[in-house]
Design a protein around this ligand. Structure first.
Ligand code: FMN
Length: 362
């Protein structure tokens, strides 16, 4: 009989309930929401992408972004004694610098996806910061463990396994998205759990696996804990919390959406992205080019002269409330969200549902 959910232990970090707030760029998970999440016991993740855009207005982008991230971490720390980490996408041109800053500012962890973070240990030196790659297959997890072990004599402190129903950029092509079914996420999580076990046998180090993407309620959480995941990362449901600083029309777009509003866009990041339909996504999905000036070159693979729109501008528009000209990233289950609630209400509800799931009669 479970009275509460088990702890998610990542190195020296104890997280309970075993939930991680998924990093949401641009500026959706900033210090206030992250600290509020950490105050419930879960992990709060600051999204590092786009922090420099407003801070520096095009000048000295790398330094401005470092300063903005350092400030976000400090502000979050003032509001909580809980666990605070940073999401840093491999695809960023200032990836190395942001990882170094997160370590220097003593964030508790780095979660890193949108590419395989092959060189991540190099950027954090001797820091104790926990390193958590996002993977979409057992194969990717294995490649990463091999590389880190041989090059750095270390292993990931946890894995996030993100499925196709996640919001934001996806590690899957269209054929893989179409082939995905309700058992696919469980299958991939089990694959990664097996890889983690294989490396635990070699090294003695336990690597917890965290499921992400389309996890909506306590039943979804319970199901993932039951197959051997030790935590879940959730994002979309936390946009519609009172503490999230996304504008009200962004939150209402989630609440008013239907399943037909869940769309995939081709992002200049070189990946597909999952979002809520807006006039902007309709235009880009119809093949329109939306002219822009690129002051930052924030994504390494982006060729500003060739891509049809600027993802950074589109994300900034959305978070500044211009949702018709913006991209509102959201997980596939966004259409099931019905209300804005205080974060504690949401976390308590998810926890008690998950406990009930684990205690159900089988
Ligand atoms: C608005 C939004 C922005 C996101 N931004 C990022 C990001 O900057 N970096 C990243 O690795 N993942 C990003 N994600 C993915 C989330 O961190 C998370 O793993 C995923 O959305 C989980 O699925 P869920 O939203 O169905 O819970 C974003 C998701 C959303 C909804």
């Amino acid at each position: 009989m479970h009275e509460s959910l088990p702890d998610l232990i990542i190195g020296n970090l104890k997280i309970n309930p075993p939930f991680i707030l998924g990093g949401m760029g641009v500026r959706v998970t900033e210090h206030k929401l992250c600290a509020a999440a950490a105050n419930t016991g879960m992990g709060g993740t600051i999204a590092s992408v786009g922090l420099g855009h407003n801070a520096v207005k095009g000048k000295n982008y790398v330094q401005g972004s470092n300063n903005a991230l350092a400030k976000e971490i400090k502000l979050a720390r003032k509001l909580t004694k809980g666990v605070i980490g940073v999401n840093i996408m491999v695809a960023l041109t200032n990836y190395a610098e942001m990882c170094t800053t997160a370590a220097k500012e003593k964030a508790d962890y780095i979660i890193s996806g949108a590419g395989l973070p092959m060189k991540l240990p190099e950027y954090v030196g001797d820091s104790k910061i926990a390193l958590i790659p996002i993977v979409s297959s057992g194969r990717a997890a294995k490649i990463l463990c091999n590389k880190w072990l041989t090059s750095y004599n270390r292993l990931p402190d946890a894995f996030v396994v993100e499925g196709v129903d996640a919001g934001g950029h996806l590690g899957f092509n269209m054929a893989e998205i179409e082939a995905w079914n309700e058992d696919s996420h469980v299958r991939v999580c089990k694959e990664v759990i097996q890889v983690a076990k294989d490396y635990e046998e070699i090294s003695g180090k336990h690597i917890p696996v965290i499921a992400a993407g389309g996890i909506f309620d306590g039943n979804d959480i319970g199901k993932m804990l039951e197959i051997g995941c030790e935590g879940v990362q959730m994002a979309t449901r936390f946009v519609t919390t009172e503490e999230c600083q996304a504008p009200d029309n962004f939150k209402q777009a989630i609440i008013n959406s239907t399943i037909d509003d869940m769309v995939i866009i081709k992002s200049p990041v070189g990946m597909l992205g999952r979002a809520i339909k807006s006039p902007f996504t309709e235009r880009v999905n119809a093949g329109e080019t939306i002219p822009f000036k690129c002051p930052f070159h924030c994504i390494s693979v982006c060729k500003p002269k060739e891509v049809p729109f600027c993802i950074a501008v589109a994300l900034l528009n959305a978070v500044d409330g211009d949702i018709d000209n913006g991209v509102m990233m959201a997980g596939h289950n966004a259409y099931r969200v019905k209300e804005i609630v205080p974060i504690k209400t949401l976390v308590d509800e998810l926890t008690s549902e998950a406990v009930a799931y684990l205690n159900r009669e089988k």
